[in-house]
Design a protein around this ligand. Structure first.
Ligand code: NAD
Length: 514
């Protein structure tokens, strides 16, 4: 039998009248009007619609804090409640609730990110949100090792650290919160984010939305939280807080260095400059399509994105022909100079460079922030070329060119012709600058694949596919937004944010020594 809203109201009304009549009839009660302030308040607490979410999450429990200490203390409380009161099944429900809300809000989040940061493509950011929801592992990623024998049973568990502080990059602000957040709480931790300041509004919005979802799913408030006005100072305070057990940083080398100097356990995911080798055995059409996909995705702001190509000279023209068939635009010498003037800033004379006989000194550059993460069409338009469908700009350059050496993070891909595979490997290793982040090869020669993989030693090595396959986008395996090369955790997941805990039942728990 179903009761209508109107009928429910009538029942409540009549119960109230009965209670009030009863109170009116009692001896010794001074207050005998029908407007008792106590009774109606209690009756109002009954939800007629069944929607209680708005009453559960109060404003000071929304996960966004102005004060570092308050954020950490609330995070400590949330983590303790989480591991004490929520079962592994409950943890999975919380993770699913976060995934559901992110999937529902993916377009709005992507639009907000582009609006606030000015970087990347809305459509590609929608795909990134879908990727982290679909491919971030949960509690199933945790492992328990067991050893048994005459002396009993020993198990080694993946246990939480407690409160984690995580730093996020401007290039993947919301998707790093979602991916890190899912992995860290799957492992039983809580996390306080110090996000990139240029993404604090969208991150604040996301943290509030996630908090509401967690609370509605039965989890504690502030399991995922952030500092409202993140700065280097707030990060310093967070890192120094005695109740913070682990630091996780995703960004450039400066961030990773500073976390490693903190004196705390730190997981650092730093910069890349992924090279691609294309040899004469490769399927050139497939290579061109894959390179365009990876290098143009989100306007090349991903750390794994193809940043420079070394192609064997005998197939260089054919590869460029294939690029032209698939929405790439090749800059001529004049256009390349215009793009360089636009996006490169000469920073200083390199004092270490030997002037040599010609007395020439080496110029060094950095990338103009204004052009990071902008579209190929926008760059073309700025140099006076009207094009609608260019996804990637290509240019033929020397190995020393700043587009090869710098992590430029825009859809301008330099191509270097090489005489031999050995030369390609040497140059690719050198252009990667020892980041050991990501590298790609297009070849049918398995020996060459192994040779390049061994020489470059990157955390992610992709063969005959786009770099995106390395994080599970069109490739097998789970995804991450935090590729921890410098500290060795690699493609991070829940397990990366755990500490090993050994639990021993000696002598089977029975035998008394003596
Ligand atoms: P960034 O290094 O400028 O900033 C990243 C974060 O670190 C921000 O929150 C920033 O406020 C903070 N930060 C910067 N310098 C710091 C310092 N010296 N001390 C303490 N904190 C500092 O990087 P970004 O521009 O936001 O992101 C792009 C960079 O991140 C690229 O180099 C890219 O390769 C890298 N990245 C790496 C991964 C990975 O998984 N390895 C993932 C995404 C991005």
């Amino acid at each position: 039998m179903s009761i209508s809203e109107e009928a429910l109201q009538k029942i409540v009304q009549s119960v109230m009248e009965n209670v009030e009549r009863e109170l009116d009839g009692r001896e010794g009660i001074a207050h005998q009007t029908t407007s008792s302030p106590i009774i109606p308040k209690k009756m109002k607490a009954i939800s007629l619609t069944g929607n209680s979410s708005s009453t559960l999450n109060q404003r000071d429990d929304d996960g966004v804090f102005t004060n570092v200490n308050e954020a950490v203390e609330q995070s400590v409380k949330a983590q303790a409640t989480f591991v004490k009161n929520i079962s592994l099944d409950g943890r999975t429900k919380v993770l699913q609730a976060i995934k559901d809300v992110v999937l529902r809000e993916k377009r709005d989040l992507s639009e907000r990110v582009v609006q606030e940061t000015g970087l990347g493509s809305i459509e590609d950011k929608v795909l990134k949100h879908e990727l982290v929801v679909a491919k971030t592992p949960g509690v199933e990623d945790l492992r328990t090792e067991a050893m048994s024998g005459d002396n009993g049973l020993t198990i080694v568990e993946d246990a939480p650290y407690g409160v984690i502080v995580a730093v996020t990059p401007v290039t993947n602000p919301t998707t790093t919160i979602v991916n890190n957040g899912l992995s860290m709480i799957a492992a039983g931790n809580s996390v306080v984010f110090n996000v990139h300041p240029s993404s604090k509004l969208v991150c604040g919005h996301l943290v509030r939305v996630i908090n509401r979802a967690i609370v509605d799913a039965g989890g504690p408030a502030n399991l995922i939280s952030m500092i409202e006005e993140p700065t280097l100072e707030t990060l310093k305070e967070l890192a120094a807080h005695p109740k913070v057990r682990l630091l996780v940083g995703t960004g450039g080398q400066g961030l990773v260095r500073s976390l490693l100097q903190s004196g705390k356990k730190a997981i650092g995911a730093g910069a890349g400059n992924p090279p691609v080798i294309v040899d004469e055995t490769a399927n050139l059409e497939q290579a061109a399509k894959s390179i365009i996909l990876g290098a143009s995705f989100d306007h090349n702001i991903l750390c794994i994105a193809e940043k420079e190509v070394f192609v064997l000279k005998e197939v260089a023209d054919d590869l460029i022909y294939q690029f032209l068939q698939h929405d790439a635009y090749v800059l001529n010498r004049d256009e390349l100079e215009k793009v360089m003037n636009l996006v490169l800033i000469e920073d200083r004379l390199d004092k270490n460079a030997s002037p040599g006989c010609s007395l020439q000194t080496k110029k060094t550059y950095h990338i103009s922030k204004e052009w990071i993460g902008q579209s190929a069409n926008k760059i073309l338009q700025k140099i006076g070329i009207r094009k609608e469908n260019a996804r990637l700009l290509l240019c033929e350059v020397d190995f020393e060119h700043p587009f090869v050496q710098l992590e430029q993070m825009m859809p301008v891909l330099p191509i270097v012709r090489v005489d031999s595979f050995e030369e390609a490997v040497d140059k690719a290793v050198s252009a990667e600058h020892g980041n050991r982040h990501t590298a790609v090869i297009h070849s049918k020669n398995v020996d060459r694949m192994s040779t390049f993989a061994r020489a470059i030693e990157t955390t992610i090595f992709v063969k005959n596919a786009s770099s995106l396959a390395g994080v599970g986008f069109g490739g097998e395996g789970y995804t991450t937004m935090t590729i921890a090369g410098p500290t060795g955790e690699g493609v991070t997941s829940a397990r990366s944010f755990t500490r090993k805990r050994r639990c021993v039942l000696a002598e089977g728990g029975f035998r008394i020594i003596g």
